[in-house]
Each structure stands twice: as structure tokens, then as C-alpha cells.
Write a protein that binds this ligand. Structure first.
Ligand code: SF4
Ligand code: SF4
Length: 376
């Protein structure tokens, strides 16, 4: 990307394209507005600026020099978008909104203009030895040395290994032949979504070299980003991996019992991972797996972002909670016993919301639910 005027450069006349955005991507939007009804932030405020179309209008104004980088609307909207990419799923013009948002944040959040939280997280997950130490202390799956290209590789994730270490241990009960390569860093998804897409691509490439062959991820966001960078043939999210494996060879599926609560079948809902659903198109596999062990209950808002969205709950706490609220109300109304997540940030967001609301529903990662159903 080319250099651009500093954030406080006065703007009196159009300066022409600044080279912030890919012009083809930016020109694709036909302003039809089909995306407005599916956008979670527009649903809350009903303000055009909080919609995909409104944000693309701002991006165009930035690119053409009609707005300066430090314009308050630009600064606000770069952070208010969840990056959930739900708008892409209904767009008749095929606008690649997620890529536009990455380009916008690369520019808007560069250097010292980055939100402090985003910068701190990016820096924290950059240190591979630190991630390894945190995972070891918290009891995540133990690493097994250098990767064996013939075995599937379990990716530990940068946040998951310290926040939810049980998840990686549970995976090894279902995929015992997987190795857990040492020296795994972050996949770069967090950087790509928070203003450092060039560094992110380098991180993804490095991780791909550390783990040649099939990479299995328990985080929808990481799986989608890595698949985008390394190719879908290289990366499998855990629900895709397990379903394909068990369908190809049912004898590889361990004995699973039906989960019960007080003598009745357990009722289990799902929160989709936005990047997994909207970016990779993975919808059926997690639902299929839940149905094997419990009564699956589709939440009306399962496909809508939970408000976790990477760093969003820290950058936009109020809006994040408002976006989460319908999920918790639906989980309560539908009498769910378990609410399943497919991504570390969603798990955290849902658990915090459930705790704040004082609900009984238990939030688990999909493999934790399956582990509960394992016959001894
Ligand atoms: S649906 Fe697509 S083309 Fe229509 S306004 Fe939204 S982003 Fe633009
Ligand atoms: S990525 Fe999500 S929050 Fe952002 S404009 Fe698209 S639908 Fe709205």
C-alpha cells in the first residue's frame, strides 16, 4: 500500500485515490442495501453509518480524499464494525467486505493510531515461547516435537491454549494419532483483523511451515484465516475434520452416549463462528455432531455474531453486550442445557454473558460436549 497523507492533513478538495484500498474491491458495491437487514450493528442502531453500505461509503470518501483519516466517523466506524462478514453472504455484487475492512484497519489503525487493546494483544501473541509457556502452565495438550508430515497436526491457538486448555486435550481423545508440533506461533488472524494484515500473512506462512500437511484447528476464526492463507486443502476446523472422518469410517468414531439431564435428553444450542460460517461456509458439521449426542435446538440468532468478534468486546463493550443479549434470552426461553461455541472468543463472550445474566445454561466448546458423551 502506498503512503498517504498524515491523519491531520487538511482536506479541502478531492485528492484522488490514496491507494488505501484495492480499487476493484472498493468499486464492487452497488449500494443496493440488501446487506442492511443482516448487519448486527445496523440492527441495533438503524443508522446508515452502522451498516455495511454506510461503511463502504466512508471507505470511498477516505480513498478519494473527501474525508481525512482522523474524521470522527471514520475513526468510530473502523472500530464499530464486528468484522463478522455476514453482509457478504447476502451481497448480490459479491463484495468482499472482510478484505475491505482489513485494508481499512491497516490504514486507520497503523502504528500509534491502533487501539491500545488491539496493539497489546497483537504484541502479546507474537511471542511464541511465551505462548508455549502459557499453554504448558495451563495444562493444554503437550507438544510432541517436530511435525510429522504424515499425521494431522493439532493447532493449539494463541489464546485458547491458555484460556481453555481442556479443549486441545479433548481433541486428542478423538484424534489420538494427531501430533502437536512444538514451536507453534499465532496464525495471524488476530493481526489481520486488527490492522496488521501484512504481518498476519507472514505469521500464517510461518505456521504453515512449522506444520506441513493437514492442520486441525479448534477455533473457527483461526481455521478460516489459515485456510484463506494456506489453502482450504491444508486446514480443517475440528467439526469438519471429525464429521468427515466418522462418515468415511464409522469404526473410527468412539462410543458416544446420548447426554441426559435429570432423565431427559439434553437440549443443546449452537453459536456459529462468524468467520467459519461466513468465510468458510461451514454450517452443517457442528450441528450434525451435536445431534449424535443430544437434542439439537437451533437458536434463531445462531448465525448472528455474538459480539465477541476478536477484540470487539473490549473495544466496544456496550454494543458488544447489546448484540449478545438476544442469544442469552433465546437460550433461556428455549430451555437449553448447553450452548456450544466453535471459537475461543465466542466461548469467552458467551460464558461472561451467561455469568452476568445468572443463567443455568453451560457454555462448552464442541469437543468438550463430545467428551462429556464419551463412554468409558
Ligand atoms: S449488499 Fe453488497 S452491493 Fe448491496 S449495498 Fe451491501 S455491500 Fe453494497
Ligand atoms: S462485517 Fe458484520 S458488522 Fe461489519 S458491516 Fe458486515 S455485517 Fe455489519
Amino acid at each position: 500500500m502506498s503512503a498517504e497523507p498524515g491523519p491531520s492533513t487538511p482536506s479541502h478538495a478531492p485528492r484522488g485515490p490514496r491507494g488505501i484500498f484495492d480499487p476493484q474491491l472498493l468499486s464492487a458495491c452497488i449500494s443496493c442495501g440488501f446487506c442492511l437487514p443482516v448487519c448486527p450493528t445496523y440492527a441495533v442502531t438503524k443508522a446508515e453509518a452502522d451498516s455495511p453500505r454506510g461503511r463502504i461509503t466512508l471507505m470511498r470518501a477516505l480513498e478519494e480524499g473527501r474525508l481525512d483519516t482522523d474524521d470522527p466517523a471514520l475513526a468510530a466506524q473502523a472500530g464499530r464494525c464486528l468484522g463478522c462478514r455476514r453482509c457478504e453472504t447476502v451481497c448480490p455484487a459479491g463484495v468482499r467486505y472482510g478484505e475491505l475492512l482489513e485494508q481499512w484497519r491497516d490504514h486507520q489503525w497503523r502504528g500509534l493510531h491502533s487501539p491500545v487493546v488491539a496493539g497489546a494483544l497483537r504484541a502479546g501473541v507474537r511471542v511464541t515461547p511465551g505462548l508455549a509457556a502459557a499453554g504448558a502452565v495451563r495444562g493444554a495438550a503437550r507438544t510432541t516435537g517436530a511435525a510429522d508430515p504424515l499425521r494431522p497436526h493439532l493447532m493449539l491457538g494463541c489464546l485458547e491454549r491458555s484460556l481453555f486448555p481442556r479443549v486441545s486435550r479433548a481433541v486428542l481423545k478423538f484424534v489420538p494419532e494427531a501430533d502437536v508440533p512444538a514451536g507453534q506461533g499465532c496464525c495471524g488472524a488476530l493481526h489481520a483483523h486488527n490492522g496488521s494484515s501484512v504481518e498476519a500473512a507472514a505469521m500464517a506462512a510461518r505456521l504453515g511451515e512449522t506444520m506441513p500437511g493437514t492442520i486441525v484447528s479448534t477455533s473457527g476464526g483461526c481455521a478460516a484465516y489459515l485456510a484463506h492463507q494456506l489453502g482450504e486443502g491444508r486446514v480443517q476446523e475440528i467439526s469438519q475434520f471429525l464429521l468427515a472422518r466418522w462418515e468415511a469410517d464409522p469404526s473410527r468414531m468412539p462410543r458416544l452416549r446420548r447426554l441426559e439431564i435429570e432423565g431427559r435428553p439434553a437440549r443443546v444450542g449452537l453459536q456459529d463462528s462468524c468467520q467459519l460460517r461466513n468465510g468458510l461456509g461451514v454450517v452443517a458439521p457442528p450441528r450434525e455432531l451435536i445431534r449424535r449426542v443430544a437434542d439439537y435446538v437451533e437458536l434463531p440468532s445462531a448465525a448472528v455474531c455474538c459480539g465477541g468478534a476478536g477484540t470487539y468486546s473490549m473495544l466496544q463493550p456496550e454494543l458488544s453486550r447489546t448484540i449478545l443479549k438476544p442469544r442469552l434470552e433465546q437460550a433461556s426461553e428455549l430451555g437449553l442445557d448447553y450452548l456450544v461455541a466453535l471459537n475461543v472468543v465466542c466461548t469467552r463472550q458467551l460464558r461472561q454473558g451467561v455469568r452476568r445474566a445468572g443463567l443455568q445454561v453451560q457454555v462448552l466448546h464442541l469437543v468438550e460436549l463430545l467428551e462429556l458423551a464419551l463412554e468409558d
